[in-house]
Design a protein around this ligand. Structure first.
Ligand code: AMP
Length: 279
C-alpha cells in the first residue's frame, strides 16, 4: 500500500494502476463502517484508492473542524490489511493552494434537512468529491448510506454533469447495540453513548410502526416520541422522505420511504436513517 500526499504523486501513482479503479473517500478516523466501503470496493475493482482528508469547505465556522479526530497512523494500519493499493492523505494546502473560485451549486436538496442546519455543507462536500474524482478518475466510487442525503446529492451531481463513473452505495454499519458507526461517536461520554442509542431505537420503533400499517404522519410521530423520551437527546429533524429525491412525502404516501433524523446528544450532532415500506 502506497501513501501519497500531493496531487502529482497521486496522478502518477494512479496512472501506474493497471485495470479498474474504485475510490473510497473519507475524512479519516476510520472504523468498520469505512472498511465496509473498502471491502465492497475491493470486490468490485482491480484496485482501491482511499482518500483521507478533513475538508475545511464542508465545515461551518462554528462546527468541529479543529476538533475532528485525525488518526492517520491508525487509519493506515487498518487500510493496509484490507488490500488498499493507494492512500491519498494530502495537507490542506496541497488540495487548496488557494481557495477555489469556481464552486459547485448543489441545488435545492442541499437546503433541506442536513442543509437547513448546515447551509454550506453540501457545497463543500461536492467541491471535494468533484475534485478527487478528477484527480483519481475512478471507474467506481463507494459511499455510505449512513450519509444518505450526501449520497443522493453525489448521484445527482454525477448525473447532471455526466461524470464518467459509477456511484455505489454501501449499507450502514452499526455497533452490536445498533448505534450507527461514526467518527463523531468518539466525542461521546459513556452516558452520552447510552443516550445515543435512542437514535437507532427510534428508527426501529418507526419500522415497527410501519409494519402495523401506519401512515407517514404516524410513523414520524412514533420516531419523534421515542427520541423525545430521552432527556439527553435534542431533536434537530425527523422526516420521512422519498429515498431518491429526498423530498417530503405526502401524508397518504404508499411505498418505500426513508426515515431520516438528526439529533444532538450533548454537544455531538449525530445522524441516522433507515428505509421502510409504508402500506
Ligand atoms: P466520513 O469519513 O464520515 O466522511 O465518511 C466517509 C464515507 O464512509 C462516507 O461515504 C460515509 O457515508 C461512509 N460511512 C461513514 N460511516 C459509515 C457507516 N457506519 N456505515 C457505512 N458507511 C459509513
Amino acid at each position: 500500500m502506497k501513501l501519497v500526499k500531493t496531487k502529482d504523486e497521486l496522478r502518477q501513482s494512479v496512472a501506474k494502476l493497471d485495470g479498474s479503479v474504485a475510490l473510497v473517500m473519507t475524512m479519516g478516523a476510520l472504523h468498520e463502517g469505512h472498511l465496509s466501503l473498502v471491502h465492497a470496493a475491493k470486490e468490485a475493482a482491480d484496485h482501491v484508492v482511499v482518500s483521507i482528508f478533513v475538508n475545511p469547505l464542508q465545515f461551518a465556522p462554528n462546527e468541529d473542524f479543529d476538533a475532528y479526530p485525525r488518526t492517520l497512523e491508525a487509519d493506515l494500519a487498518l487500510l493496509a490489511p484490507a488490500g488498499v493499493d493507494l492512500v491519498f492523505a494530502p495537507e490542506e494546502t496541497a488540495i487548496y493552494p488557494r481557495m477555489p473560485l469556481v464552486r459547485i451549486d448543489p441545488g435545492p436538496v442541499a437546503k433541506i434537512l442536513e442543509g437547513k442546519t448546515r447551509p454550506t455543507h453540501f457545497a463543500g462536500v461536492l467541491q471535494i468529491v468533484h475534485k478527487v474524482f478528477n484527480l483519481v478518475r475512478p471507474d467506481l466510487a463507494f459511499f455510505g448510506q449512513k450519509d444518505a442525503q450526501q449520497l443522493a446529492l453525489i448521484r445527482t451531481m454525477v448525473d447532471d454533469l455526466d461524470m464518467p463513473l459509477e456511484i455505489r452505495a454501501v449499507p450502514i454499519k452499526r455497533e452490536a447495540d445498533g448505534l450507527a458507526m461514526s467518527s463523531r461517536n468518539s466525542y461521546l461520554s459513556a452516558a452520552e453513548r447510552k443516550d445515543a442509542l435512542t437514535l437507532s431505537r427510534a428508527l426501529v420503533r418507526g419500522r415497527e410502526k410501519a409494519l402495523t400499517g401506519a401512515n407517514v404522519t404516524q410513523i414520524e410521530a412514533a420516531v419523534r416520541d421515542e427520541l423525545a423520551a430521552c432527556s439527553g437527546v435534542k431533536i434537530d429533524y425527523v422526516e420521512l422522505v422519498d429515498p431518491a429525491t429526498f423530498l417530503a412525502l405526502a401524508p397518504d404516501h404508499h411505498g418505500s420511504a426513508l426515515i431520516v433524523l438528526a439529533a444532538w446528544v450533548g454537544n455531538t450532532r449525530l445522524i441516522d436513517n433507515c428505509e421502510v415500506q409504508v402500506d
